[in-house]
Design a protein around this ligand. Structure first.
Ligand SMILES: [Zn+2]
Length: 334
């Protein structure tokens, strides 16, 4: 995450007071979540994120919700949500309450967009136009929107997407504390630019939906993969504009293959929602090892696995100096 400067900070108080071997400290109101996209079966990469959020909820004696992020209708794979739920159940990961689907929550996003009307504007740019105007400006920042439609659409142009105006100057600098990585800073104006809330294809953008859902579901602690670290400042800005609380954040390393690519179903991930494969040996123990948890390889029982993994997670957080650079171990796939 080259856009972030990681600065040493004092570690979060809630993770350093472990007196028991298997809990950090009971945290009233703790609500965590796992929020997979149904673009394929759960694989070892997504299992690592699921496991970290599940263990953190268990260690705090909190609730763990499951939310299916199915807003990108072009990428959804039929039945992938059912496969993911089956895999979690096979792994012994039981969620609290009902599963929620973002596709059923779109009126909430519409309402939030209305609330943001003063900061939102229509954008008529195609991807190619954005790329061309960056080239003309000699910009190498591939992610930053050049602000073409900020002051209104050019004559004859029709709105495609809806963008949120980011502040200028000091107000554009967002800081948040990552429980694992320490203090994070991002300047939304120079590093992100005005970002999309509703896409040209009519789909809701991830940033808006996730902020609305986390608040509406009372999520107090977000534990997810570090590929989303870069999104967090945008989410903090949306929380500020919408008057929503900011959850605590913790980002865990992302599993990559030998070429450094994030695992996906295209890069050799294993599915384990059915069949006779041994979820402990083939999925849970490798995922726990990837997270750096000290686990006995001899464990043969799911209940015992989760008891020991919860204790190992609490110990891991207690000894993890917040300033330690994120570890990126390689997880070998069979
Ligand atoms: Zn535009």
């Amino acid at each position: 995450m080259s856009v972030f400067n990681s600065t040493p900070v004092a570690s979060d108080t809630c993770v350093t007071s472990a007196t028991s071997t298997n809990i950090v400290s009971p945290t009233p109101g703790y609500t965590g979540r796992f929020a997979p996209s149904p673009t394929g079966p759960l694989h070892l990469g997504s299992l690592v994120a699921a496991m970290a959020s599940y263990l953190d909820a268990r260690a705090h004696q909190g609730r763990w919700l499951l939310r299916i992020e199915d807003l990108d209708f072009d990428r959804n794979v039929a039945d992938a949500d059912r496969h993911i739920l089956n895999s979690l159940q096979r792994c012994g990961m039981h969620w609290d309450g009902d599963v929620s689907w973002q596709s059923q929550r779109q009126p909430l996003y519409e309402q939030a967009l209305k609330q943001l009307a003063a900061q939102v504007y229509p954008c008529a740019c195609s991807r190619k136009e954005i790329a061309d105007s960056r080239l003309r400006a000699g910009s190498t920042a591939s992610q930053i929107y050049p602000g073409t439609c900020r002051t209104g659409l050019a004559p004859g142009k029709a709105p495609r997407a809806w963008r949120l105006r980011v502040p200028d100057g000091k107000a554009a600098v967002f800081q948040f504390e990552d429980r694992l990585l320490g203090a994070q800073t991002q300047d939304l104006a120079s590093e992100v630019g005005d970002f999309v809330l509703k896409r040209a294809d009519g789909f809701w953008a991830y940033q808006l939906a996730v902020v609305v859902d986390d608040a509406e579901q009372g999520i107090s602690h977000v534990v997810r993969g570090a590929d989303l670290l870069d999104s967090t400042a945008r989410q903090c800005y949306l929380q500020q504009l919408l008057g929503l609380p900011r959850p605590a954040y913790l980002h865990v390393p992302v599993v990559t293959n030998a070429d450094g690519e994030k695992l996906s179903k295209q890069t050799g991930a294993l599915a384990f929602d059915r069949g006779d494969n041994d979820v402990l040996q083939e999925a849970l123990l490798p995922a726990a090892r990837f997270l750096g948890l000290q686990m006995s390889p001899a464990v043969r029982d799911l209940h015992i696995f989760w008891e020991s993994a919860t204790a190992a997670w609490a110990q891991y957080l207690a000894r993890q100096p917040a300033q330690q650079p994120i570890q990126q171990p390689h997880l070998s796939l069979k």
